[in-house]
Design a protein around this ligand. Structure first.
Ligand code: C5P
Length: 220
């Protein structure tokens, strides 16, 4: 069978990662978390004292860190210059700076190239999750999904994942990050015209997974 390429986009807290990983595992496909790549380059910038208020400074070093993503859905990995950063990329510090770093065009073109080469190398196909996969990274994907959910549902899910998180503060931070991601000039968070929109507010994770698996199978 020819490799199948699935693009899953949407704002934070809609269940993109859990859904994408499970769909890839069920169908024997590779899996790529593109948010982890933007978090990884942001972690490197923070660790190296780059001035994150200065897009020119960010652009100047965008090509420096070597970012390697492991695409097995059973245990996705991410390293920067050989260092395992799976834990450090989830801190508040990285989360609060990632939108600024990922808005810089030099960062996006660099990471987009990585994403396209990983997608091209996946023998059986791949599920790629992010914000601009259907619109920019893989416009010819076989299936594009756009996941949404109410801000309340998204904040509740996210604060459930973070230790000691306050739901109201989480909701405000999410809304702020989505606004930044949706309004940036280069490749903003957006639904592709040919994407299938799935509102997950009233659905369980198992229902969302089943829905996406069915849509992929229809394409094969
Ligand atoms: O998905 P996650 O919340 O880990 O993504 C972190 C951030 O990475 C997003 O808020 C966004 O700024 C950036 N991102 C992006 N394009 C993608 C995936 C993530 O700009 N395709």
């Amino acid at each position: 069978a020819k490799p199948v390429i699935v693009a899953i986009d949407g704002p934070s807290g809609t269940g993109k990662s859990s859904t994408s990983k499970a769909v890839a595992a069920q169908l024997g496909l590779s899996y790529l978390d593109t948010g982890a790549q933007y978090r990884a380059i942001t972690w490197w910038m923070v660790s190296n004292g780059i001035d994150l208020d200065d897009p020119t400074a960010i652009a100047a070093v965008a090509g420096k860190p070597e970012i390697i993503s492991g695409t097995d859905p059973a245990g996705p990995t991410i390293t920067v210059d050989g260092v395992d950063v799976a834990g450090p990329i989830r801190t508040q510090e990285v989360t609060s700076h990632v939108s600024a770093v990922s808005a810089v065009p030099e960062v996006r073109s660099r990471i987009t190239d990585l994403q396209r080469s990983l997608a091209g190398a996946a023998e059986r196909g791949i599920v790629v999750e992010g914000r601009d996969i259907g619109t920019t990274v893989l416009p010819d994907a076989d299936l594009k999904i756009f996941l949404t959910a109410s801000p309340e549902a998204r904040a509740a899910r996210r604060s459930g994942e973070l230790e000691g998180a306050d739901v109201n503060a989480t909701r405000e931070a999410l809304i702020k990050r989505d606004a930044a991601d949706s309004s940036r000039k280069t490749s903003p968070l957006a639904k592709a015209d040919d994407a299938v929109e799935v509102d997950t507010t009233q659905l369980t994770l198992a229902q969302v997974i089943e829905c996406v698996v069915t849509l992929v199978e229809e394409k094969r």
